[in-house]
Design a protein around this ligand. Structure first.
Ligand SMILES: [Zn+2]
Length: 488
């Protein structure tokens, strides 16, 4: 059965698959799985099921490299499954991966040239024939890494994949990462500097997103009001500062912005060829800039580059920085090009609010399959009956937040649905952080696709979301001393 047909049957979830092709599909899936297990398991002793490809030797169809500070991923895409072995070698640090049963080809030959000079983890890759039928990759490393090497079955437009994820051996503490020295004002770092800052009457904006030792002390005094981490907790707001006035302690709220998809997972693809992952990153970056310019607010991106992050890790990132809100940015797609408008979703642990919402949540949750995770983790947020109460409270806040944002989006775009919808989105499952998922517009609608790529419109979207956030905070101030300067 041709691969293309398989892909189409899988993706058009709403169209019933005719009986015969479905049988074919299952047969194909079972055969692939068997072949895969046989090859990956102990030796290749079992009789091979019939190959789905004409060539008896697996060939490499594509190689991709996704460098990022979080981790660098190297993907080899093949038309058939393969076996591999790997070892990490010290002095100098390098990772050696042997792939069996394939021949060195021109696609693999192009791999070394795909490594950028500024890749955080890879110095260079060498690829060559090690012995007959075995191709060896030698990856010279820039840092101590903890590799995760795994295979993936075909999904969506992808064939078999061998994935090399190079994670730093010492992951960066997300809270420490917020203390970006490039943003820090040295004056803040000493009590003297702090005092100077307090007396600057014109400094109406935040002293800095970075908590200072002084600010931390102040927070401790205010402690019962907030259980936030020091870096997230406070800063000295000098808005009304005067030589005679004591500085006002305001709580800094942190918004986790989550540009949907990324890396191996392009998200929805418009008819004009735009990728959802690029649009979401662009809108989220604009939104971050606007949020950071608001006193008392700051934003952190789950990804600030083109790489894939599993859905549960996005949630963990938000919890890692103790975010006050989680906002996932997406662009919708539907089979009919006429579908249009913005919508906002929140988590539903029970049923979805409509079949369209259920369909969409399923589609968004497939990101992990397409992006490719090593040993999909059991959802740690799924069976949290003990936290039901907090989840309910969070859900109510999520709905309020969603309504505020939807109202603002309604000023700049048609609304796909007039109210906030609910479904089981995996990325919205932080039990203690109000979370929304925004479908900014339909990338599958040619007119909206054009607007989604327009910088001025992206800016309008970001502004509308920001206004929604401000409106929400004005009515639902977070615990702790918090003052939002103005709504404009
Ligand atoms: Zn999406």
């Amino acid at each position: 059965m041709p691969k293309k047909q398989l892909i189409d049957s899988r993706l058009t979830a709403t169209a019933p698959i005719p009986a015969a092709p479905r049988r074919e599909l299952l047969k194909f899936a079972a055969a692939s799985l068997m072949l895969w297990v046989t090859k990956v398991g102990a030796g290749n002793t079992a009789e091979d099921p019939p190959r789905t490809s004409k060539s008896p030797i697996p060939s490499i169809l594509a190689v991709r490299v996704w460098p990022a500070a979080d981790y660098t991923r190297v993907t080899l895409e093949l038309d058939q499954p393969i076996t591999f072995s790997s070892q990490l070698i010290k002095n100098p640090e390098r990772l050696v991966v042997d792939i069996e049963g394939i021949e060195f080809n021109a696609v693999l030959q192009s791999l070394p040239s795909k490594i950028l000079a500024d890749d955080p983890y890879i110095k260079l890759i060498r690829a060559g024939r090690n012995r007959p039928g075995v191709v060896r990759l030698v990856i010279d490393l820039k840092a101590d890494i903890k590799p995760q090497i795994f295979t993936l079955l075909p999904v969506a437009n992808y064939g078999y994949r061998l994935v090399l994820d190079l994670y730093p051996a010492q992951p960066v503490d997300p809270l420490m990462a917020l203390l970006d020295p490039s943003e820090a004002n040295p004056a803040q770092l000493s009590p003297l500097g702090q005092a100077a800052a307090n007396t600057a009457p014109d400094d109406a904006t935040k002293v800095g997103a970075n908590a200072t030792t002084e600010a931390n002390k102040e927070t401790t005094k205010e402690a019962p009001a907030t259980n936030k981490a020091p870096t997230n907790a406070s800063r000295v707001a000098t808005k009304n500062a005067d030589k005679n006035d004591p500085p006002e302690i305001a709580r800094l709220v942190t918004i986790m912005l989550d540009p949907g998809h990324g890396g191996e997972d392009p998200g929805a693809v418009g008819r004009g060829g735009s990728y959802e992952k690029h649009v979401t990153l662009s809108v989220a970056r604009r939104l971050k800039e606007k949020i950071d310019a608001v006193p008392n607010m700051r934003a952190v991106l789950t990804r600030d580059g083109d790489f894939f992050i599993p859905l549960n890790q996005r949630v963990q990132k938000a919890r890692g920085i103790r975010a006050d809100l989680f906002v996932s940015v997406h662009a919708d797609a539907f089979i009919k090009p006429t579908a249009r408008g913005s919508s906002v979703f929140v988590l539903s642990e029970g049923g979805a609010s409509s079949s369209a919402a259920r369909w969409l949540a399923k589609k968004e949750n497939e990101a992990d399959l397409i992006g490719g995770v090593n040993l999909p983790t059991k959802d740690p947020y799924l069976a949290r009956t003990l936290l039901d109460l907090s989840q309910t409270a969070t859900n109510n806040d999520s709905i309020r937040l969603g309504q505020a944002v939807l109202g603002e989006l309604g000023r700049i775009n048609t609304l796909h649905k007039g109210q906030v919808e609910q479904a089981g989105f995996a990325v919205l499952k932080a039990p203690d952080i109000p979370s929304i998922l925004i479908e900014t517009a339909f990338i599958s609608n040619p007119e909206e696709e054009k607007r989604l790529n327009d910088e001025a419109y992206q800016d309008q979207l970001a502004m509308a979301i920001l206004q929604g956030l401000k409106r929400y905070f004005a009515k639902n101030p977070p615990p702790g001393k918090f003052k939002l300067t103005r709504l404009d």
